[in-house]
Ligand binder design. Structure first.
Ligand code: ADP
Length: 496
């Protein structure tokens, strides 16, 4: 069947890439199903998009914020109407099960309604001046043209976390979606346009990271970069942006731990581990990839977990019965396979899965068996490095203090979970776990849009999305209004 061909969105027009090159977006559950053909853009296309965004900024920044917010509100309504359609398109291009892609669209809806409220809440501050008859205040200003580079695992939610707060703040945007999942960004931006977003305010340049992402980072008219992806690429992006002092918001990897103490509700902890490790096929930056279990319950927990993991139904995310969809592409399968080998060679014990699935219908896609390793030691690479696949490690510990130490012993610091009935230990963990997110008696995944999202250490560089995103997409201006009708010199005229 013929597949649709997409262009870049530049200044409200659909323009093919200057290179004339394109790439195919394939269904990871069935590679014979081509979702669409997308432009493989380069620096020339980025330059056009940035110019369009710069032009649009001149007028968009003057639209009152409550009016900008109304467009976001309308976008949320359109996304509600199109939720099923966009969720199905997302499962086709990304693989995760329909319940989760519906959740992904829902997150964009939540973000739209939440951020729409910010249109009437872009508060600044007033403060007394040190001088008489002088008024002092601070106001938020838009940054200008913002470049956005997004990953494939939340193809609509993550772009919405970036675009909506940037737009309500008065910025214009150029977005480079992940090469595996561009369609969901197109769908999101289509909803924005249908809601009345003026041309040029959001521009899409599709393509590969080094060709289309890098020039966006380096373009002198791009005033800030928001990036979500791997720590490896995040580091490159930050270093390139630093050359001209461009602020960069980075959301990167994780190696998230779920700690299970021996007083925990075991069934609840099992449910949490299963969802945290194998939801989204383990391909969330907040996915549970280490389960730290107290020695007294470790054997029982491990046996029950393995038994349930072996029963997980792997298949196309479009089928109702499926619990775990495919991995997004061959490269991710290679990474999972590589880490299985590493774990085995380090002496970890393979308890379930451990290989690519190729039989029957699995042969046409990129499926990996849900995998559990036991006997994992905190110093092993499988316990320290991000896999981003359906692979989880069981680590045993003696004391609560030791669990916190193991949880903190890695370079990442995104999400953590603790299962216990002991309120003292819960609050101690909240204080001591080095992570941007801590859950008590809930899995490591499940962030909500109106809380800060992000991590510490190599997971981020101090910025937060969600409730704090406006801080990144605005810059402060201090304003002094002197109504004394005379020159008043600060620090001088009122000094004793
Ligand atoms: P993931 O493993 O989740 O795909 P990546 O860090 O590889 O994470 O990619 C995240 C995003 O960064 C993608 O949109 C990708 O195209 C983009 N990207 C990759 N390399 C570069 C680069 N050198 N400069 C800018 N963006 C890049």
């Amino acid at each position: 069947m013929a597949h649709p061909t997409y262009s870049n969105l530049i200044g409200g027009e659909w323009l093919p890439p200057k290179s004339g090159k394109s790439f195919l977006n394939l269904n990871p559950a069935d590679h014979s199903d081509v979702v669409g053909e997308f432009p493989a853009s380069g620096a020339d296309d980025v330059a056009l998009a940035v110019a369009a965004a710069k032009k649009a900024f001149a007028t968009w920044r003057l639209v009152p914020a409550p009016k900008r917010a109304e467009i976001l509100y309308k976008t949320g309504q359109l996304l509600q109407e199109r939720k099923e359609q966009y969720a199905r398109a997302m499962t086709r291009e990304m693989g995760k099960v329909l319940a989760e892609t519906r959740g992904d669209v829902q997150e964009a809806i939540d973000e739209a309604f939440y951020v729409a409220g910010e249109g009437r809440r872009l508060f600044g501050q007033t403060t007394p001046s040190e001088l008489q008859n002088k008024f002092a205040m601070s106001v938020r200003m838009p940054v200008g043209v913002v470049g956005m580079i997004t990953p494939w695992n939340f193809p609509m939610a993550i772009p919405s976390w970036k675009l909506f707060p940037a737009l309500v703040s008065g910025n214009t945007c150029v977005i480079k979606p992940a090469e595996d999942t561009p369609l969901s960004t197109y769908n999101l931006v289509q909803a924005l346009m249908d809601a009345g977003l003026p041309p040029g305010v959001v521009n899409i340049v599709a393509g590969f990271g080094p060709d289309a992402g890098a020039p966006l980072v380096e373009h002198k008219d791009v005033r800030a970069i928001s990036f979500t992806g791997s720590s490896e690429i995040g580091s490159i992006v930050a270093q390139r942006a630093a050359a001209n002092f461009k602020p960069v918001s980075l959301e990167m990897g994780g190696k998230n731990a779920q700690i299970v103490l021996d007083d925990a509700n075991l069934e609840l902890a099992l449910d949490g581990a299963l969802w945290g490790a194998f939801g989204t096929t383990g391909q969330r930056c907040t996915a549970t990839s280490r389960i730290l279990v107290q020695k007294g319950i470790a054997a029982e927990f491990s046996a029950k977990l393995v038994e349930r993991v072996k029963r997980l139904r792997v298949g196309s995310g479009l089928e109702d019965a499926t619990e775990v969809g495919p991995q997004v592409n061959d490269q991710q399968i290679e990474t999972s396979t590589k880490y299985v080998e590493i774990a085995k060679s380090e002496g970890a014990k393979l308890l379930a899965g451990g290989e690519r699935l190729t039989d029957g219908a699995y042969g046409t896609g990129t499926f990996f068996a849900p995998t559990v390793f036991g006997g994992v030691k905190p110093e092993m690479r499988i316990a320290r490095e991000e896999v981003f696949g359906p692979v989880v490690s069981l680590i045993e510990f003696d004391s609560f203090e030791e669990a916190i130490e193991i949880a903190n012993s890695i370079e990442y610091g995104l999400s953590t979970a603790l299962y216990t009935r002991d309120v003292n230990k819960a609050f101690t963990a909240i204080r001591d776990l080095e992570a941007g997110i801590t859950y008590i008696n809930a899995p490591t995944i499940g962030a909500e849009v109106h809380l800060p999202f992000g991590g510490v250490k190599q997971t981020g560089n101090g910025h937060r999305e969600g409730s704090q995103a406006i801080d990144f997409y605005t810059t402060w201006k201090a304003v002094y209004v002197d109504y004394s009708d005379k020159l008043q010199r600060a620090q001088i005229d009122n000094a004793e």
